[in-house]
Design a protein around this ligand. Sequence first.
Ligand SMILES: C[S@@+](CC[C@H](N)C(=O)[O-])C[C@H]1O[C@@H](n2cnc3c(N)ncnc32)[C@H](O)[C@@H]1O
Length: 225
Amino acid sequence: MSENSHSPRQGMRHDMPDTDLPPREFWDELYSQRERMWSGNVNSTLERELTTVGPGTVLDLGCGEGGDVLWMAQHGWRATGIDISRVAIDRARQRAQSLGLNEKQARFLVADLHTWQSAETFDVVVSSFLQSPVPLERERILAEALQRVTSGGRFIALSHAGLPPWADYDPDFHRFPDPEQEATLLVPEGSRDTVVFAGIVQREVEGPDGQTGTIPDGLIVIDKA
Ligand SMILES: C[S@@+](CC[C@H](N)C(=O)[O-])C[C@H]1O[C@@H](n2cnc3c(N)ncnc32)[C@H](O)[C@@H]1O
């Protein structure tokens, strides 16, 4: 399956908002530059991973316009998506409504994951490309999110690990975390959680002129003790 989601710059250029803006303003401004930023399709790697664990409750960190959450809700999950951008969440809510999904199926919250307070736990927590050119304490957020996974549940984190051949590298926008290093931080020696996978997977993507190529994604899968 090829897809064109999950990289705003696969050959398309847009004006990067001022990276000195507070993160909420930065992301609102970025989303406001286009009627839609992402394809709206579920990420194929995430789809494959979720299909192996079956529906339950799921939290999506930095859900953007909600493409993954909406797919989950349509496949029986009770899905919650959180994002710092109100512009993105408004779009996600509108799309949920147009698909006939209710709040129990697809719930969207505007919140900064650095400060989000909730005692809720989830069968699965997903982080799909929670990456940012403006300050983001990614490792702390992922570590806290892992604690929100119920015992026996699963944590899945995807990250950009490279670009398709047609995209321009922009060092301000593109920073690629190392999945193996992150997995070691998330599951240190002595932890009872299990790293099921930490490494690079290839995904087929379609470029702006219809060309196809592959893109490397970092993938971490952790089973909660
Ligand atoms: C690269 S986008 C990925 C969006 C979506 N998960 C996807 O795969 O299409 C990163 C997302 O993280 C969100 N984000 C960045 N910093 C955040 C924070 N501190 N709290 C919540 N969301 C944040 C951004 O608004 C943006 O929607």
